[in-house]
Design a protein around this ligand. Structure first.
Ligand SMILES: [Zn+2]
Length: 350
């Protein structure tokens, strides 16, 4: 299966010396695995934490298994639902992913990051030069795995992202041959994932909030008023002109973080913390991009809600406050949200 992709916000897949010389498959696979695990958990299945390499393939148990489907045999051999497809010690990934026809290029020439510093911030955000353009993902391997990956990519197109640095707004994309991918994804069978686990402490789609903000600017220079952008407008202007993108992520995160009284622990959980207890934030919002589907501007993203229900509802309210969106971006837009709560809800997103 070939999946033709157009980037909607810059892509970052890692590389040498803080630059990306080209798109790297490993950077895409890492993010796909992270989402696949969150989906598997959201469906009530089991996904180990690969950083602890919990799953090991047991060849003897595999031989002895009397299970009727290949994936169930793998479960008997000791592999969780994610490792069955993405591989583990002793077991190869069930699909191969190659980037062909990479027509992406860095959105500015030097490796210097763009520093976006909203008013009242001393340091701000540092955005490295990601890549924009088109490329094709060629997927080969086990049909059952490819069908699920097709469904995963369609889900990520609508609600997620691909590659690294999603928290800086990178990795939004469009699938150009959606009909082909949809035909494969429709055959995906998720029923072999047994519904046995309750909500996990690891990323689980039942603890996610997805959002999308669409708007039509009234004047072409709308973006110059976004907090933190005016002082770098000379660098941003060509991004708007050539790629129809505006790095609004810092302004939005700034508004959500500082427009609200969070207690210290919640603030660190939600927005991340620096060293020594480096912690990644739980909110992702893309840059603003022109959606070629409906010719409107859009920002989409998600939050992995904290387990503590009061904090989760405070975060849900903050992200759901359309006034904050409108005022920060200086536009009038429409906010939509998705909040899957059950395995059934998760299934409907796929
Ligand atoms: Zn595993």
């Amino acid at each position: 299966m070939d999946v033709q992709i157009t980037t909607l916000t810059p892509f970052w897949t890692g590389g040498v010396e803080g630059t990306t010389d080209r798109l790297h498959e490993s950077g895409l696979i890492g993010s796909m695995r992270w989402w696949y695990e969150a989906i598997v958990r959201g469906l009530g299945g089991e996904a180990c934490d690969p950083s602890q390499s919990k799953c090991t393939f047991d060849a003897e148990k595999y031989q002895k298994s009397s299970a009727s489907t290949p994936l169930q045999r793998l479960r008997d051999a000791g592999l969780c639902d994610a490792c069955q497809v993405f591989g583990a010690t002793g077991w190869r990934r069930r699909f191969r992913l190659t980037i062909i026809n990479d027509q992406t290029q860095p959105i500015w020439k030097d490796a210097q990051p763009l520093n976006i510093r909203p008013p009242d911030r001393t340091r701000g955000w540092f955005l490295p030069p990601g890549r924009m353009g088109t490329f094709t993902l060629r997927l080969t391997g086990d049909p059952e795995a490819i069908q699920r990956i097709a469904a995963l990519l369609l889900f990520l197109e609508q609600w997620g992202s691909l590659g690294a640095k999603p928290q800086l707004g990178y990795g939004a994309f469009r699938i150009d041959n959606r009909e082909d991918v949809l035909a494969v994804a429709k055959q995906a069978n998720w029923n072999t994932i047994s519904v046995s686990q309750s909500a996990s402490a690891d990323p689980d789609l039942r603890q996610f909030l997805f959002f999308r903000f669409d708007f039509t600017p009234r004047q072409p220079g709308w973006w110059t008023n976004v907090p933190g952008i005016s002082r770098v407008s000379i660098q941003v202007q060509p991004l708007v002109q050539h790629y129809n993108i505006v790095p609004v992520t810092p302004a939005l995160k700034n508004a959500w973080r500082f427009g609200q009284k969070w207690n210290c622990a919640d603030e660190q959980t939600i927005f991340g913390a620096a060293l020594p207890n480096r912690q990644r934030g739980r909110i992702v919002a893309t840059w603003a991009y022109l959606d070629p589907g409906n010719n409107r501007w859009c920002v989409h993203g998600w939050a992995w809600l904290p387990a503590q229900s009061q904090t989760a509802s405070m975060l849900t309210q903050t992200l759901g406050n359309a006034t904050t969106w409108n005022q920060t971006l200086n536009v009038q837009g429409t906010l939509t949200q998705q909040r899957p709560r059950t395995t059934q809800d998760v299934r409907q997103l796929l």
